[in-house]
Design a protein around this ligand. Structure first.
Ligand code: PHE
Length: 455
């Protein structure tokens, strides 16, 4: 994929279907699958949450993905421009504006977690995982990393610099090549880790937790989290897929490409769960461990593999790269807005937005014990969790609701279908985007807000 030049008539385009699928899958696959999915599933009681998440991916996520891609390709524009293109005199472009803001908000906490994985990569390289590690030792290492203000802020900054340099240069050859080769390697590595985890003593408890459905464990908040996770994981509700759709060649069939992206993204989240939960129960740990879950559980399994420390290095290296292809898409949305709509130079946009992101990232980085005020920010939740809920769940859901109303009713499902190309399930998609998505997402949001006030 090439960087979009400031002249909207000369936008970059993906060379091939594979190039697009890799870029979109690169955006979708990231910390959302390996870090966020297991920890939210753990906090929300497991199986019933997982089932609901899967239903949301198929019934809501996939339709919204196709809506965003067709809107993006038809308008050849950033999220704000996409709405403006068809209805310039309406309030709809503000929906795109919300997306840009949300991208900024997600990026600001995402780089903190990505920074943790850089810290772990450093520890892995220096041989920290050479010997066996108990759950207590692993927890102590995690605490050492996240409660160090210097290390967390510095690593988040390093990650932002990496992201900014790629977005500034344009998302050209290097990263595309890297994801063509490295993402399949990541996939294989995840398979091996899942295989190891599943053969640990007591692994079956992990399977029961992940797939045993007990709906009594699911609260209104849990339903909101399942929807938020489905959208977050597919990079939906804030225009990342509108932006990527705008770089797609006209002849490409959207439903096939979209289904492939959703399939791999979901598969990798499931693999994430199959790595974490069997190992977790085998160690006698608590599934509701919060944002640190993955980071604490994983080190306990590396040593039980031959050449374990090599696995550790590969895992954290590849996880960081998977996170990078996601942060690129988050920053790209914000940058594309300032370049297309405000006429900024691409470099200038990156140079201003990246430091602003770091400012908002600092309180998140300090919210894991380093500074008390940020660690218990609202209702006992830390700044990072609050950011994640606000931008990652609520804002994405509001965005997805408005995008489905816009594409289904205002712009029109018919226009979107013309844009998509051959689609035998077009009639079903129409019903989902016009009725199921707005009603279901609206209902989840209302239930959640009512629940908040009922507390
Ligand atoms: N989908 C990414 C992940 O799972 C995160 C993301 C969300 C990226 C929204 C872009 C937009 O890690």
């Amino acid at each position: 994929m090439h960087a979009p030049p400031s002249d909207p008539n000369k936008r970059g385009a993906f060379g091939s279907r594979l190039g697009f699928i890799l870029a979109a899958a690169g955006s979708a696959i990231g910390l959302g699958n390996i870090w966020r999915f297991p920890y939210t599933a753990g906090e929300n009681g497991g199986g019933a949450f997982v089932l609901l998440y899967l239903v949301f991916v198929v019934a809501l996520g996939l339709p919204v993905l196709l809506a965003e891609l067709s809107l993006g390709r038809a308008s050849k524009s950033n999220p704000v421009g996409a709405f403006k293109r068809f209805f310039p005199e309406s309030w709809w472009p503000y929906v795109g504006g919300l997306g840009v803001l949300t991208g900024f908000g997600i990026l600001a906490f995402y780089v903190v977690i990505a920074g943790w994985s850089l810290s772990y990569l450093g520890r892995a390289l220096s041989g920290a995982f050479d010997g066996a590690m108990t759950a207590e030792q692993s927890g102590a290492l995690f605490n050492e990393i996240i409660s160090s203000p210097l290390e967390t802020v510095a690593m988040a900054a390093v990650f932002l610099v990496l992201t900014a340099s790629v977005v500034r240069a344009g998302v050209g050859g290097g990263i595309e090549l890297a994801s063509k080769i490295l993402m399949p390697v990541f996939f294989l590595l995840l398979l091996v880790l899942a295989g190891r985890s599943l053969t640990l003593p007591g692994a079956d408890k992990g399977i029961d937790f992940l797939f045993g459905t007990d709906f009594s464990k699911l609260s209104g908040q849990g339903i909101m989290s399942a929807l938020g996770q489905a959208l977050f994981s597919l990079s939906l509700g804030m225009g990342a897929m509108i932006t990527y759709g705008s770089y797609l060649p006209d002849k490409e069939n959207l439903p096939v490409a979209g289904a492939a992206v959703a399939f791999f993204d979901t598969l990798i989240a499931m693999l994430g769960g199959l790595i974490i939960f069997p190992a977790l129960f085998s160690q006698g740990m608590e599934p509701a461990g919060g944002p640190g879950l993955v980071f604490v559980v994983l080190p306990t399994i590396f040593h039980s593999l031959p050449m374990g420390s090599l696995f550790a290095v590969a895992f954290y290296g590849l996880l960081s790269i998977a996170a990078l292809t996601s942060t690129i898409s988050l920053l790209e949305v914000v940058v594309a807005y300032f370049v297309d709509e405000k006429g900024w130079d691409r470099s200038k946009a990156v140079m201003l937005i990246a430091p602003a992101t770091l400012l908002l990232a600092v309180p998140s980085a300090l919210s894991q014990g380093a500074v008390g005020f940020f660690s218990k920010f609202i209702g006992g939740k830390g700044f990072l969790d609050v950011q994640d809920i606000l931008f990652g769940n609520i804002s994405l859901s509001v965005g997805a609701l408005l995008i489905s109303v816009f594409v289904g009713w205002k712009w029109g499902a018919k226009k979107a279908l013309e844009e998509m190309g051959d689609f035998s399930l077009g009639a079903i998609w129409s019903i989902l985007i016009r009725f199921a998505c707005p009603v279901a997402v609206g209902a989840v949001l209302v239930t959640y807000v009512v629940g908040l006030f009922g507390e």
